[in-house]
Design a protein around this ligand. Structure first.
Ligand code: ADP
Ligand code: MG
Length: 276
């Protein structure tokens, strides 16, 4: 499978308030293949949002390279093509909804791309169906729950037909039900073929990914399958991160001498291991 994202020795520095250099990312080399679901975790300030912004050319590397579908984000002539390939969803659903009716909101992106009206209508229908929000097409977004609003925001991005979705803590402001709606939607879209980069501080969400990338102080500290990452309970805790409850219980029981496999990361796996 082809690479959709390729970061090469990416470094990003911001100008701090007193003119000092704030190093947000250093030495990041990472590739994401088409069809992959990559979760990105890391404590506050570890550089996750800065990384996400590079994937959509919202900011440019201080040094190193960021390639999207082979296009260099530093090439001003390619910015629109890049933004069409990579759709972004942010934390706060209220900041992403621009129109007073759901269907107008979803149409906003393709309208800006200059898509013809009949085609826009088709895309809105399709995008709302993909996030299970067809019944709300004519509703006002302000009446929706947080999870529904985020799904409308995702539909707005899908209407631009991106190859890749980048979501920066899309469930941080949602209740457990809204979180489940959003994660289920994203997982299903991924199974249907779209590449996903999913930033989260909920470890249970990262368990659904094919690969987990762990950021620490602007560096890519670890990457591997969820089982490879979440079995490193002590390492993650030193970094200030949680681990899924099942992984923690399993690690605790192993320390007590129980013979359990090291790849337990979900409640189901724990139950099966304990009650074969
Ligand atoms: P995360 O999303 O993991 O919390 P960020 O990418 O937002 O991390 O931030 C990484 C680092 O860059 C932090 O030290 C943060 O304070 C700093 N930073 C982020 N945005 C800016 C900015 N606009 N100006 C200066 N420093 C910033
Ligand atoms: Mg962030």
């Amino acid at each position: 499978m082809g690479e959709i994202i390729k970061l090469e020795n990416l470094r990003h520095t911001y100008q701090g308030y007193e003119g000092q250099e704030v190093i947000a990312l250093t030495d990041i080399s990472l590739t994401v293949s088409q069809g992959e679901f990559v979760a990105v975790i890391g404590t506050n300030g570890s550089g996750k949002s800065t990384l996400a912004k590079h994937l959509n050319a919202l900011i440019l590397p201080t040094s190193g390279k960021c390639l999207v579908g082979g296009l260099d984000t530093a090439d001003p002539a390619k910015v629109w093509e890049i933004r069409q390939q990579v759709g972004m969803v942010f934390q706060n659903p209220d900041n992403q909804i621009v129109a007073a009716i759901v269907e107008e909101d979803v149409a906003f992106g393709p309208e800006n791309l200059g898509v013809a009206p009949a085609e826009i209508s088709r895309r809105v229908t399709e995008a709302l169906a993909l996030v299970n929000m067809s019944d709300y097409r004519h509703h006002g977004p302000h009446l929706l729950s947080g999870g529904q609003k985020q799904r409308v925001a995702i539909a707005g991005v899908l209407a631009m037909r991106p190859k890749c979705l980048v979501l920066d803590e899309p469930t941080a402001m949602l209740d457990p039900r809204g979180r489940k709606e959003v994660l289920d939607t994203v997982s299903r879209l991924n199974r249907e073929g779209i590449t996903v980069v999913y930033i989260t501080h909920f470890m249970e969400e990262a368990v659904s990914a094919h690969r987990v990338v762990v950021m620490e102080q602007g560096r890519l500290a670890l990457q591997g399958t969820p089982a490879e990452i979440f079995s490193q309970v002590d390492r993650l805790k030193t970094m200030g991160l949680d681990v899924p409850a099942a992984a923690e219980v399993a690690a605790c029981l192993r320390k007590q001498g129980l013979e359990l496999p090291t790849n337990i990361i979900s409640d189901e796996q724990l139950v099966v291991a304990l009650c074969p």
